[in-house]
Design a protein around this ligand. Sequence first.
Ligand SMILES: [Mn+2]
Length: 321
Amino acid sequence: MKIPDALTGAIRQAQSVLLVAHVSPDGDALGSSLALARALRGMGKSVSILDKDAVPRIYRFLPGWEAVSAELPDVSGGEPDALVLLDCGELERTGFKSLPGRVKLVVDHHLTERSYGDVRWVLPTVSSTGEMVYNLIRALGAEIDAKTALCLYTAIFTDTGGFRYSSSTPSSFRAAADLVELGVKPWSITENVYESISPARMRLMGMAINGIRFHDDVAVIVVTHDMYRETGTTDEDTENFANLARSIQGVEVAVFIRQTGPESFKVSMRSKGRVNVAAIAETIRGGGHHNAAGGKMDGTLAEVEERIVVALKNARRDSQS
Ligand SMILES: [Mn+2]
């Protein structure tokens, strides 16, 4: 993996570093941030980790998660020497209007056409930011202890859906193998991530599955505020609902619509690979990858569902002609 010298150089020179990942942090965002923070602290640097949203319960097994702050650090004594955006490539995805840092660095695997940052290391074909951070830490010559390894493994593991997606490349498996050699216990991470469903979340899942609607080979799964109330759950309990709908035989694209306000919704799309959902996300204030993308839409639930299903049909008709 070719790492820009400007990136390793800027990190080596920085004494204080601010790490920031995207809103609604996932296993990759958190695992990458926590791992890089540990490695940089091991090099004697002072590191802060910032995320606009709280760490979801299922990731509270990651060592050091308590240190993830939602508040901008006090910069009255001066800006941090370096800002590193992780698992996102633009300011907007962090949820902050501006971020301090004498030099601004981006480490990401999402395809975006933004130009934020002084040095951008963006590799859209790599499985995860965790895999990139693993290689970055090695290039820096920093130590990877068992806790850092656990964070990196979780990042790669979650972003590859447990090493099932096509993004699981030989280099992802090599990184994972190295991390297991460094002390990671795969089952313990599997158990934390995939086998710790709360009874309330399981009930929400049942309700959502019951309500799945099919439009040819598109499956739509919905979660509303009423459903949260009835089951005692929150939006935190909806992780992977889109994948749930995609796993149905004959479904090409799953659309997960979750309510965020009276007439506003978050839309996540998951494709089995033949439909590029990133192209559709562009039209709804969003972004993502070929197989996984999302955005935001306003209107009633019926309107939102209708619009996204039509957009999917049109996009496929256009790509076939
Ligand atoms: Mn990621």
